[in-house]
Each structure stands twice: as C-alpha cells, then as structure tokens.
Design a protein. Structure first.
Length: 146
C-alpha cells in the first residue's frame, strides 16, 4: 500500500454511501431528461415531416401496399394491449396508434415521410439491434476471459 493514500477499505461508510447516492441521483436525472427530450422531439416531429405525394411515390414505393397491412397490425396491437391498459386507467400510448400527424400532412395536401407504423417498426429494429449488441459484448467478454 502506498503511504499517505487511503483505500476503500478504510474510507468511512457514509462517504461511500454519499458518493453512490449522488451517482444514482445524477443517473435518474439524466434518464428523465433523455425521456422527456425523446418524447418531445422524436415521434411527433418526425411524423410531421411532410413531403408531396409525387415524391412519396418515388421514395416510398411500398407505402400503398403496406398501408392495408399496417392497419391490420395496428388493430392487432391495440386489441392485444388494451387488456393491459384498461385495468390501470392511464395506460401508455402505443407508437402504432393513429395520431394527428396524418391529419396535419393531409391538411397540407401532402403525406408524412414516416408513418407512425414505420416509426414503430424502427423502434423495434433499434431495440433488437441493442439487445444483439449487448449480447455479443457479453459473449466477447466471457470468451475473452476464459
């Protein structure tokens, strides 16, 4: 042990608890901040990006075909999750729900660049990508240690 230095073993318990508590409070504050920023900026703003129908037919060629299928999948999600949300009163809003963004772009004679259903599928893709990334990182550490 180096002279003049204290280790964690000799640090008072209240100091360790205080440092851990500050770290937890900062983590919770950052998580809440990111939650509110994501809620305010992501779904609403992206869904309100409007493009002309001519541009949509060139950039989004599958949109017309998938619109009917998306309506069925949205209804499936709504019926599946309605049993969970009805018991507690204030349930969470599904990303695949219809929103005012469709009316917003339709009022301008345009279509949305990304529909709510497309955003929902993008969220699922990002979640699966994150799970695979964490799994591969954990396996790399486990195999590297052995």
């Amino acid at each position: 042990m180096a002279e003049g230095r204290t280790t964690l073993e000799y640090t008072p318990t209240w100091v360790v608890a205080l440092v851990c508590g500050v770290i937890v409070i900062i983590s919770l504050a950052v998580e809440r901040f990111l939650h509110y920023i994501g809620k305010a900026l992501f779904q609403g703003m992206i869904a309100k990006i409007c493009i002309s129908e001519e541009l949509a037919s060139k950039w989004l060629p599958c949109d017309k075909k998938e619109h009917k299928a998306a309506t069925k999948s949205t209804a499936h999600f709504e019926s599946f999750f309605s049993s969970f949300t009805s018991h507690h009163g204030a349930g969470r809003r599904l990303l695949a729900e219809s929103s005012a963004s469709n009316d917003y772009c339709a009022g301008k004679g345009k279509v949305s660049l990304l529909s709510i259903t497309a955003l929902h599928h993008l969220h699922i893709f990002i979640f699966v990508l994150a799970v695979v990334h964490v799994t591969f990182c954990a396996l790399t550490i486990l195999f590297g240690g052995s």
